[in-house]
Design a binder for this molecule. Structure first.
Ligand code: WAQ
Ligand code: MG
Length: 639
């Protein structure tokens, strides 16, 4: 061997500053050109994307410095679910004599963003890798027969993993390794140590999950760390006698079992959700599971969802127009009620024109995907509603998220991106926090940079402004270019709408796919919204009553020591923990109060809350009683 000239060849591919793939080989000179070609092929045709840059580094090495190691013996654990696989891993660590396996595993998620591995001291839980962000990279290793035994795409995850694991297990002070692949299609991971060998464990994650990492367990003195790290980074190692295992080790779970497993995971995390059936129409008080309850979770802000005048009109409309519209708006679905409501909405919002959509969700998705394409940049508030997020995604525009309510951050990001075409989008009232968009300054920024301004005022209509006209009235400001609203909250019906210039509306009629390809709302819902809007305008006391209720209720909670505030009808009570939020909500239900626990994915993980939505129909007595019950239920530090 020592007569031959040997080389180490390293490939690394990246795009947009992101690592895509990498590999290394050690081999004698004659085999080098062919291996270089295989590695280039692998870099260029990689499932994670097309690289912008591929670096090949070829260095001469001294073959007598290569340490030859036998591959660790392989065994296998197959669990029925991800949760069970992690329990099996925890037990394995315990069997192997690790004292606090759960503490070790708790560190694993910290390795997800790292390119290399974490080196964790099993006694002090100190981290020894020199760069916490990058982690330590093991290099200088290969399989002895690497040139003959690679899969067609040049990658064999198991073989590469056992090479790394075998080398790592021989590093001074390393007593174990835990690994989960980044590859969304590869759910098998492993534990490896010299004592126990290489234990494949599956499934350590759900298919589609891109979060993987590596954790090396270190046991030894702090002086020995340097030699351990040096071995990992520099010692040349060739691994022989690697068993031929079936690859890829993709377990194919039963398709229904996969769904069932996900549901179980949701259950155990306090994230499982169900649809509760109500036993009376929406109002300030409702019947639920045979009990009368104070309703503190409905968006029926002005109590118009069950108004006698609306019902009377709807009965007549039903007699004349029946129950279904029979076609899309562009074919046969438009009744005079549709046209009439659009005119009323435009007039109410003081805009040139308006267009109905079947839901607020479809309005947002339809507008964003129609107005923006791959050449646009959309600037979106971090706490915007899911329908805005989905619309941004569907548009294929570049999405730039700015910090919630932070207009300096917005402007900084607009300058940075400096887009020639684009749009800025925000909720007028944020649906889960109840806070307001500072509309006037926000509009100035949109105007200054020539960007479309789009506001979703779903939770502002009927709530903000002296007459309930929404954000523009509250701030005494002009309207944004695109105002999105809903018929389903304050207006007590169902559907969504967009108000703006006639040019905008005409464009949407021709381009918004959720409008074009949906059957029109039935005339009943449309007439109901029309009547509700008439009542809202004729009876402004409803808006004032709602606003008074908000002030009263917040004061009651504040007096009970609960830090809340809101200018809208939404009063969030932040709890953080998902299970705590669910348990508070259940306890309140037993006390006759219906109040939803809002959890991930509606809000971020660890930001669970009770979300109060107030109603013009609530009486001061009801609100006082509810505030007292909430105060009693919350855990002590909040009170
Ligand atoms: N040195 C240190 N850490 C590394 C290295 C390296 N050379 N390469 C990858 N990592 C870290 C990095 O943070 C990745 O996020 C993580 O490990 C996972 O890397 O028996 O494919 O390359 O079939 O995604 C296990 C095979 C495959 C199990 C592991 O890891 C089996 C795999 P990936
Ligand atoms: Mg990683």
């Amino acid at each position: 061997m020592s007569h031959e000239t040997w080389y180490q060849i390293k490939m690394r591919a990246q795009a947009g500053g992101k690592h895509l793939s990498g590999a290394e080989r050690m081999l004698p000179q004659p085999l080098l050109p062919q291996q270089a070609e295989t590695l280039v092929h692998r870099a260029i045709f990689h499932p994670r994307g097309v690289p912008e840059q591929v670096v090949l580094k070829i260095e001469k090495i001294e073959p007598e410095k290569i340490e030859i190691l036998d591959a660790l013996p392989v065994s296998e654990i197959r669990a029925a679910s991800v949760a069970e696989a992690w329990r099996a891993l925890e037990n394995l660590l315990r069997e192997e004599g690790f004292l606090a396996p759960e503490k070790i595993l708790a560190h694993f998620p910290e390795t997800y963003p790292m390119r290399g591995a974490m080196v964790l001291d099993i006694e002090t839980f100190q981290r020894w890798e020199p760069d916490f962000q990058r982690g330590i990279r093991v290099t200088g290793m290969d399989a002895l027969d690497s040139c003959q035994k690679t899969a067609e795409n040049g990658k064999n995850s198991f073989r590469e993993a056992i090479v790394l694991a075998t080398k790592t297990a021989h590093a001074p002070g390393i007593v174990g390794e835990i690994c989960v692949s980044d590859d969304p299609g590869y759910v098998t991971g492993y534990f490896a140590s010299r004592r126990r060998g290489y234990v494949r464990i599956s499934p350590l994650k759900e298919v589609g999950d891109e979060q993987g990492g590596r954790l090396f367990l270190y046991h030894g003195s702090s002086e020995k760390v340097a030699s351990c790290l040096d071995y990992l980074e520099h010692q040349l190692v060739q691994v022989r006698n690697i068993p031929n295992l079936p690859t890829p080790a993709l377990p194919r779970p039963d398709r229904w079992e996969r769904l069932q497993n996900t549901l179980e995971t949701l259950h155990s995390a306090g994230l499982y959700r169900q649809v509760p059936e109500m036993e009376s129409a929406p109002a300030g008080e409702v019947r639920f599971r045979g009990q009368p309850l104070v309703m503190l979770a409905s968006n029926n802000y002005l109590n118009l969802a069950h108004h006698p005048d609306v019902e009377k009109l709807v009965q007549n409309v039903a007699a004349e127009w029946g129950t279904g519209s029979g076609g899309s708006r562009l074919t046969t679905g438009t009744s005079p009620w549709h046209t009439r409501l659009e005119a009323s909405l435009a007039e109410w919002q003081k805009t040139e024109s308006a267009l109905l959509f079947n839901t607020g969700y479809m309005a947002n998705v339809g507008v964003l995907s129609a107005l923006c394409g791959p050449d646009d940049t959309i600037f979106s508030d971090a706490l915007n509603h899911a329908s805005i997020i989905d619309g941004c995604r569907l548009s294929k525009a570049k999405i730039v998220v700015y910090r919630h309510g932070d207009l300096d951050d917005l402007e900084r990001k607009i300058r940075q991106e400096n887009p020639s075409r684009g749009l800025v989008v925000s909720d007028g009232v944020f649906s889960m926090d109840g806070d307001l968009l500072p509309l006037p300054r926000w509009l100035k920024i949109c105007e200054k940079y020539g960007l479309f301004s789009m506001v979703d005022d779903a939770h502002a209509l009927g709530v903000l402004g002296e007459t309930g006209r929404g954000s523009a009235e509250h701030w005494q400001s002009p309207q944004p270019d695109i105002l999105v609203g809903t018929l389903s909250k304050t207006l007590g019906s169902e559907g969504g709408f967009v108000c703006g210039k006639e040019t905008l509306i005409d464009f949407l009629r021709n381009r918004a796919r959720s409008f074009i390809f949906s059957t029109a709302l039935n005339a009943l819902s449309v007439a109901a919204a029309w009547k509700s809007l008439e009542i809202l305008q004729a009876e402004p006391w409803r808006v004032r009553k709602l606003q008074e209720n908000v002030r009263f209720f917040c004061r009651e909670l504040q007096n009970a020591g609960i830090p809340v505030q809101s200018q809208s009808a939404i009063v969030p009570i932040l709890l953080g923990d998902e299970r705590l939020a669910v348990s508070c909500s259940q306890q309140l239900l037993e006390k006759g109060i219906y109040l939803s626990a809002i959890r991930y994915p509606t809000v971020a993980h660890g930001k669970a809350r009770l979300r109060v939505a107030l109603n013009a129909a609530h009486t001061p007595e009801t609100l006082r009683h509810s505030a007292a019950a909430i105060a009693q239920t919350l855990p002590v530090p909040l009170r």
